[in-house]
Design a protein around this ligand. Structure first.
Ligand SMILES: NC(=O)c1ccc[n+]([C@@H]2O[C@H](COP(=O)([O-])OP(=O)(O)OC[C@H]3O[C@@H](n4cnc5c(N)ncnc54)[C@H](O)[C@@H]3O)[C@@H](O)[C@H]2O)c1
Ligand SMILES: Nc1ncnc2c1ncn2[C@@H]1O[C@H](COP(=O)(O)OP(=O)(O)OP(=O)(O)O)[C@@H](O)[C@H]1O
Length: 521
């Protein structure tokens, strides 16, 4: 309790000194000294209770005042948002109207209809204005580009389940445009749309084909894979694809699994995204990285199940796979769009920047380090042709935000929510006192050049795999890829991210300070 005038005459032992306290002196007529002391202490106690009570009343009054003030400001804010919403809605209705009339004038696009799927893709790409309209009405992407067969015969010819992605919004209907990040309202710049809202996937037709990818050499994973395959086939009537190795394992268990499909070569792998509606991974983060690496282009939604420890990208516990898959196959699903980096190695001997080896897509990071050399690496770094710095140390990590909790974190980089579109620039053991990690915007192109005067080659590795030597004169060019990895969330992007850093890293875990002790009031 705070020091107070009322108890300022209390001595060190906690009792009132008779010489200082006239009130105490007036009771000196009582014969027994013990009774007197008892009375003294009960008076002090009731004083104490009164003080405590008045403090409590003051706190309640303060809280009530704050609540009233908060309510008033919340009401004002709500009114302002409502006004903005009405404005935006009116603007969108006007735009919609314009689009409709434009369409009538153009003969409803019928004249532009093309007969092959390939042409249809080109049509979508080329007619930017039209695709804008399709996006603004249907959300992020209407999945048109993944359709094949005759576009006129519509859903009967679909080989893949079509779905719709949209930003989640609180209202029933969102009329907002996906590209409308900044709006100009009466000459003032306002942010109309957040770039990283929770994304929701809604199936427009039922998923039919599932690809199951599993961590190798694990008996528990093999058993779960067999059980899940049977359940998906018998209960959900789905087609199942697995890796050739897994098909053999399943057939060793029983010939029942002969319905399971697989592929023969890389060409068939490159076409998987046109057949598969959903990818299920059984393993840890490494299996999610493996799944991502199989898709060099678009990636179907991935449902990552963790076996054993909770991974950072595997929020689904395998024990409850039936409930999770039931709800995922039904939809809608909250999705994290995990950005990937596309990396090109440009050799010194190349005649032009465009003469590169096959690009490599990474979900976590690309690392350029000193490999087995004991010399410092010397890496010249450029960002959109501006010189950034020269890394002298063990190396450099260019990481996605999904990879921010992996190697980059170990090298001192920040942890970033996976839905934030950025590139982390994290040095490994820089021999300098002032080299802090950076986070760069998603639209930049980074170039890491091995100088001609470097004492040794550098080594690039991609998601911890596929090491490539970079000789003096070679460069690694890296930018954000077009094709993210959509992973299903257990709850939503933010909840899953926070849970993974709490449970996976014990982030900021500390014993709570006890209540008693010195305090400021
Ligand atoms: N010093 C380090 O921390 C270090 C060193 C090398 C590689 N790595 C990481 O390992 C990754 C390859 O993983 P792997 O499973 O194939 O190899 P692995 O089996 O060697 O596992 C590496 C560990 O990193 C974890 N991990 C992977 N991706 C993660 C992510 N996005 N967030 C948090 N943790 C993550 C895995 O769960 C695992 O515990 C690389 O991409 C790299 O990020 C880390
Ligand atoms: N289908 C696959 N084929 C080949 N290799 C794979 C496959 N799936 C995973 N791997 C590799 O196996 C290794 C271990 O996988 P994973 O990280 O999933 O398991 P884990 O190490 O047990 O998980 P955790 O680190 O979360 O405990 C990784 O290096 C990964 O690249």
């Amino acid at each position: 309790m705070a020091p107070n005038k009322l108890n300022s005459s209390v001595n060190e032992n906690g009792s009132c000194s008779p010489s200082e306290n006239g009130f105490a002196r007036s009771f000196s007529l009582f014969p027994a000294e013990a009774d007197h002391e008892l009375l003294q202490s009960s008076i002090q106690e009731s004083d104490g209770h009164l003080i405590e009570f008045s403090e409590a009343l003051r706190t309640v009054a303060k809280a009530l005042r704050r609540a009233a003030e908060g309510k008033a400001s919340a009401q004002a804010e709500a009114a302002e948002w409502k006004r903005k919403y009405e404005l935006e809605r009116a603007r969108n209705l006007k735009l919609d109207h314009k689009v409709q009339s434009c369409r009538v004038n153009q003969g409803d696009l019928d004249g532009l209809k093309l007969d092959s799927p390939a042409k249809k893709l080109v049509f979508c790409d080329e007619a930017d204005e039209l695709s804008e309209r399709c996006c603004s009405r249907h959300g992020i992407c209407s999945h048109e580009v993944l359709r094949d067969g005759n576009p006129d015969s519509d859903s009967k010819m679909l080989r893949k389940a079509s779905f719709k992605l949209s930003w989640c919004s609180k209202g029933e209907q969102s009329d907002q445009h996906k590209h409308d990040i900044v709006s100009f309202e009466r000459g003032n710049i306002t942010t109309a749309e957040r770039s990283s809202k929770q994304i929701s996937l809604k199936w427009e037709s039922c998923p039919q084909t599932v690809l199951i990818l599993t961590k190798p050499n694990s008996v528990s994973v093999q058993m779960l894979c067999a059980e899940m395959t049977r359940w998906l086939r018998e209960q959900k009537k789905l087609n199942i694809y697995v890796e050739p190795r897994v098909r053999k394992e399943l057939l060793n268990v029983s010939s029942y699994y002969s319905f399971v499909e697989t592929w023969k070569d890389d060409k068939e792998i490159s076409l998987l995204h046109t057949k598969v509606d959903l990818v299920i991974t059984l393993g840890g983060d490494g299996t999610v990285l493996w799944a991502a690496s199989m898709f060099k282009g678009p990636v179907p939604p991935v449902v990552p199940f963790s076996l054993g420890s909770l991974g950072f990208m595997t929020p689904f516990h395998s024990e409850h796979y039936r409930e999770y898959l039931e709800s995922i196959l039904k939809g809608p699903i909250s999705i994290t769009l995990r950005h990937r980096l596309i990396c090109h190695v440009v050799r010194d001997a190349a005649k032009s920047e465009y003469e590169t080896e096959d690009p490599i897509l990474v979900l976590n990071e690309v690392t350029i380090d000193r490999g087995i050399s004991s010399y410092l690496t010397n890496l010249e770094c450029y960002c959109d042709n501006s010189f950034v710095t020269c890394v002298q140390g063990d190396g450099l990590i260019l990481s996605t935000t999904s990879g921010s909790t992996a190697y980059s974190l170990a090298a001192g980089g920040s942890m970033v929510h996976p839905q934030v579109p950025g590139i982390l620039f994290t040095p490994i053991c820089p021999h300098s006192l002032s080299f802090r990690p950076l986070i760069l915007p998603e639209y930049v192109t980074l170039r890491v050049q091995i100088p001609f005067n470097s004492r040794s080659p550098a080594w690039a590795s991609f998601d911890g795999k596929d090491r490539k030597q970079l000789a003096p004169g070679d460069a690694l060019v890296c930018s954000m890829a077009l094709w993210p990895v959509p992973t299903a969330c257990q709850v939503d992007s933010t909840n899953d991210f926070l849970r993974s850093i709490h449970e996976g890293l014990h982030w900021n875990l500390r014993k709570t300070q006890s209540f008693d002790g010195p305090r400021d009031l």
